[in-house]
Design a protein around this ligand. Sequence first.
Ligand code: GSH
Length: 203
Amino acid sequence: MTLHHSPTSPYVRKVMVVLHETGQLDSVRLVPGSGTPVAPAQSLLGTNPLGKVPALEREDGCALYDSRVICRYLASLSPKGAGLYPAVPALWEALTLESTADGILDAALLMRYETVLRAPPQQAADWVEGQWGKVTRALSVLEQRWMAHLEGPLTIGVIATGCALAYLDFRFAERDWAAQHPALAAWSVRFGARDSMRATRPE
Ligand code: GSH
């Protein structure tokens, strides 16, 4: 299989962590696919018309895209992947946690694009702060409602949360989210020590 990849994409990192945790690293060839909405990677568009990484070309030539689809597919290929998607009703918990973490990433990425792709006079500060409001509300809910799940067995929701918090550290360190969310921050440090997270840390 071929994975269109970017070393700094947190969505790609979700996929890479799943590959590590399920022992499937050797089954995937990585090809560079970094791009932006204004400069998509041309090599990627034949696989994902949306121009986003991650995108996976399966052995049979079919394309899968969106990290949620790819992670679930890869987990289905390995006995070690079963626990990442527990049986219902726990499945709904894991998927909702993944959606919360991905929502943090969606808001954070919009903030990032606003500041790196637009000239300062075009940047909308209230819109950026509106995105950060989504992030901080979600962080509060993670800390109030989801710590037991995060401390439990590894699920796709746990992996997505680890990748989302690490992305905030990577791109928005100056916002110091950890100061307001100490329990979540302590969990993030512990989760970041896993081999799969250490091996996928962006430079
Ligand atoms: N929902 C998608 C997923 O979970 O895979 C989001 C993927 C995404 O936005 N990837 C970014 C990208 O490729 C890199 S972090 N952006 C290029 C673009 O939006 O054109």
